[in-house]
Design a protein around this ligand. Structure first.
Ligand SMILES: Cc1cc2nc3c(=O)[nH]c(=O)nc-3n(C[C@H](O)[C@H](O)[C@H](O)COP(=O)(O)OP(=O)(O)OC[C@H]3O[C@@H](n4cnc5c(N)ncnc54)[C@H](O)[C@@H]3O)c2cc1C
Length: 327
């Protein structure tokens, strides 16, 4: 078994999923890291090779070229396909992030191989790759077995805790310049418009404050943003809030939104549907504020407060301000 991990870099920053993927690859190969390689793509991405080594990558390929520096599906597919052909990988792992979800299935088709998506763990039966993946919003777990000699896997973010293997490890670093077939690049990214927020993305946030349908309108979300600013939290939303136009889709937490795993998740006016829980149930501490004492979210919450959110938010803000000032 020879494993290649796609370590995602966005805006020059290494995504935390890289450590999660390498930790899982190490567990899969029972700690034998010589067959675990990683690939980095993006301007100046070589700076992250050392971090990948600490997580167990024995070799890191660095692809730093104008065509691959901004994510585009086709150049990524061609680059990784060439690495597979050159080095004979049998398992290629990437994150089930928007980027991974976009190009991994196409990569699998290009290589006429199996694709196991959004998995939460990988194991081996001989050389056969077996993966576990949640189904029906996490109500049951399916075990799927690859029938192919080359397997592609996307791992759900925030499920596997990253573990550094050796903080002083060094990897062999190789610059890789793919030979790109420009004619095959049918779509090009012309411009990337970044969101205004400087806060960590929901999938990487340690503190999340979310609002549901009870927020009532988009303007009311401002009180959650103000509260979040006190402690540097990221603001999320339920689908009902997003569908009602109170918040943009990139703030949606849940089955059809983002999967999050913060240390603290505070839910204001969210009922706790199975689809919302699917995206945040693994949060370390869940606090729910809801006027309905029978709201399902209270069954999942570590701390529940039966209250009107519009009264609770200012109280939270005052308390958190004091905590921050005295810490
Ligand atoms: C295929 C599919 C996928 C889905 N994916 C997602 C997903 O990714 N994410 C997601 O969130 N949902 C998803 N849903 C929708 C989901 O089923 C729920 O409809 C949605 O989560 C409800 O959002 P909500 O809790 O904000 O709204 P509601 O269920 O309407 O709950 C609002 C809550 O606010 C409380 N409340 C009202 N006023 C106040 C107040 N003043 N103060 C405090 N509390 C108050 C109410 O008691 C209630 O519990 C999906 C559904 C389907 C079918």
């Amino acid at each position: 078994m020879k494993v290649l991990v796609y370590a995602e870099v966005r805006n020059g920053k290494l995504k935390s999923t890289a450590g999660e993927l390498l930790t899982e690859a190490r567990r899969l190969l029972a700690g034998k890291t010589e067959n675990i390689h990683a690939v980095l793509m993006g301007e100046g991405c070589a700076a992250h090779a050392k971090t990948l080594a600490t997580f167990g990558a024995s070799k890191v390929f660095v692809v730093d070229s104008p065509t691959t520096n901004t994510y585009q599906c086709e150049p990524h597919i061609q680059t990784i396909t060439q690495l597979i052909q050159k080095n004979g990988y049998t398992l290629v792992m990437g994150p089930a992030s928007p980027t991974g979800r976009d190009f991994f299935p196409r990569l699998a088709v290009r290589n006429k191989s199996a694709m196991l998506t959004d998995v939460i763990s990988v194991s081996l039966e001989g050389e056969k790759v077996i993966a576990r993946r949640p189904m029906y919003a996490g109500k049951c777990i399916a075990e799927v077995a690859s029938q192919s000699s080359l397997t592609f896997v996307t791992l759900r973010p925030n499920v596997i805790p990253s573990e550094v293997l050796n903080a002083s490890a060094e990897a062999a670093v190789e610059n890789f310049a793919p030979t790109l077939n420009e004619d095959a690049i049918k779509a090009k990214i012309i411009e990337v418009r970044k969101g205004k927020s400087e806060k960590p993305d929901l999938t990487e946030a340690n503190l999340i404050i979310s609002g549901g349908r009870a927020m009532g309108n988009a303007d009311n979300f401002k009180i959650l943003h103000d509260l979040a600013d006190v402690v540097g939290a990221t603001v999320g939303a339920s689908r009902a809030a997003v569908d009602s136009g109170y918040a943009p889709h990139d703030m949606q937490v849940g089955q059809t939104g983002k999967t999050v795993n913060p240390n603290l998740y505070i839910a204001f006016g969210i009922s706790g549907s199975i689809q919302h829980l699917a995206g945040m149930r693994t949060s370390k501490v869940i606090v729910a504020i809801n006027t309905d004492p029978d709201a399902p979210i209270f069954q999942k919450a570590d701390y529940g407060i039966v209250a009107d959110l519009f009264q609770a938010v200012p109280l939270f803000k005052d308390e958190l301000k004091q905590l921050v000032e005295h810490s």
